[in-house]
Design a protein around this ligand. Sequence first.
Ligand code: GLN
Length: 219
Amino acid sequence: NERLPVQYIAGVTPWRNFKIAVSSAVLIPRPETECLIDLAKALFADASGHWADLGTGSGAIAIGLADVLPNATIHAVDYSLEALAIAQANADDLGFADRIKFYQGCWWEPLALLKGQFSGMVSNPPYIPTSILTTLQPEVVNHEPHLALDGGVDGLDCIRNLVEISPSYLRSGGVWLIEMMAGQADAVRELLQNQGNYCNIQIHADLAGIERFALAYRS
Ligand code: GLN
C-alpha cells in the first residue's frame, strides 16, 4: 500500500472544528470544502427548512451544514452504503444525529417525497475528467474511491445531472451550491444559465483564488 494517505492510516482527519473519521470508502474531506461551509454560513446562517447534501461521503458537508445552519434539517444522500455507515457514525459521534437524515441512492432520487420543498442543495460531486484521473497524485488515484472522483469524459456528468434535476426539488428561491474543479466555472455557469430555472448565478473563489464554488437560486 505505497503512498497510502496518512488520513486513512490514522482513520481520522481534522476538518473545520471536527475530527472526521475516514476510510478508503470515502474521500478525505479537504480544506476547499471547509470554504464551501464558510460560504453557506456567511450567506444562509438564518436559513431553515430542508437542505440536501448529495454525495455526502464521510458526511463532512452534512455535518458542516448542520453546524452553521442551526435551524435547518439536513438530508444526506450517498450511493455507497459503506460511505453512509461512516457518515452516520460521524454524525452520531459529533452530536448531529438528530439533525441529519441519511439515505442510500442516486443524487436526489431517495428524496422524491420532498420534491419542490428544499431550501437548499449543497454538493461536492465527482468532477475529475476520466482521462485526468491517472495523472493525479498516487495518494489520490491509488487510494481514494473513484466513484467519488470520476466525473466522466469532461468531468461534468454529475454536475449536469444536478443542474437538470435540482429545479424540481428546490422551492422558489432555493439555493444550489456546489464545489467544482479549477477551470470548470465558465462551463458550470453556462449549464445553469441554459437550464433556464436559475437566477443570480455566482462563482466564488477558494483561499487560493481559484474559482471553486458555483451558487445559484431556483427562480
Ligand atoms: N461530500 C464529500 C466531501 O466533500 C464527498 C465528496 C465526494 O466524494 N466527491 O468530502
